[in-house]
Write a protein that binds this ligand. Structure first.
Ligand code: ZN
Length: 305
């Protein structure tokens, strides 16, 4: 999932306007893989479903929707051992052995999401998350999950959320409803076998429209976009990625990153440390959006509280 700077800014603006879930896609706000010709008009909010548009780049660059993957991965530095422990949540009644759900009405929650994996380097990220008490959401590609099944099982076992990012990362705008469904169902089936039937969809490139809405509604799945995009696919520099996340983040944010990128994996320890130092609790998207997710709709971030 990637986005152009112009569209990313517009998406952020829309997130601020919409909060929570919206039923209809402002087509011009959806993130794209590569910079595309600027639309003649950018509508912050659109109230009716939009027809599918001709691809601005599919005809000229059929390889554009390639997924940012770097394999084999090189080791990612582990987190410094001197980091403070994450801030504790409020006391909550729990049964022995049953982890309590974070209360984001009280805590300053954000959701860190990681797309396109799993990749062999994702294990180091899981090591860090375990050490720091972080729960994240991994929007997985079916074809990568099939190659890295143990990592998927580990994500589930360690309390992370596993979401559906399609089987092979096609552009949903240019697929039939039947093809979209096939991409999602095939991935759901595999991930269910590996431990968790996904509850959430992140359409590749954030491409969401009335057809995606219909298919995901039938599958009982909401779509999750984002309001914080460091454009880590473009800025292959860990410090810059970290800085861009911290500049955009707010309580309730949904942060887009890619664990398939070496520079992003390198940035994650600093991002986690800085967010926790600022008092944020890192939770899954379903925890962040508890009770506010609806099948066939999409969200950018948690509604303002
Ligand atoms: Zn993606």
């Amino acid at each position: 999932m990637r986005s152009s700077p112009r569209l990313a800014a517009a998406a952020t603006a829309a997130a601020l306007l919409l909060g929570g879930c919206a039923t209809v896609p402002p087509r011009a706000l959806v993130a794209r893989t590569a910079p595309v010709p600027a639309p003649t008009q950018v509508n912050a909010v659109v109230d009716s479903p939009l027809p599918k548009a001709a691809s601005p780049f599919a005809a000229t660059d059929p390889t554009a929707p390639s997924v940012p993957v770097e394999e084999p991965a090189t080791p990612t530095p582990t987190a410094p051992t001197t980091d403070p422990t994450p801030p504790p949540g409020p006391d909550q009644p729990t049964e022995p052995g049953v982890p309590s759900e974070p209360d984001c009405a009280v805590l300053k929650c954000v959701a860190l999401t990681m797309d396109d994996g799993p990749s062999p380097g994702t294990g180091r990220i899981l090591d860090l998350f375990a050490k720091k008490g972080v729960k994240a959401t991994f929007f997985l590609l079916g074809e990568h999950a099939r190659k890295n099944q143990e990592l998927v099982r580990r994500m589930v076992a360690e309390g992370h959320e596993v979401g559906n990012h399609s089987w092979s990362h096609p552009e949903f705008w240019y697929l039939s409803k039947r093809a979209i469904k096939k991409q999602l169902v095939r991935t759901n089936r595999l991930l269910a076998k590996l431990g968790q039937r996904p509850q959430l969809v992140r359409p590749p490139y954030g491409e969401w429209d009335s057809d995606v809405a219909k298919v995901t509604k039938a599958l009982g799945m909401p779509s999750v976009i984002w309001d914080v995009d460091p454009e880590d696919w473009k800025y292959r520099n860990a410090k810059k990625v970290t800085k861009r996340v911290l500049k955009q983040v707010h309580r309730g944010s949904i942060i887009l990153t890619h664990d398939t990128l070496k520079t992003t994996r390198k940035a994650i320890p600093a991002i986690v440390k800085a967010l926790q130092d600022k008092g944020y609790t890192l939770v899954t998207v379903s925890q962040l959006m508890a009770g506010k997710l609806h099948a066939g709709k999409r969200c950018y971030r948690a509604p303002s509280r």
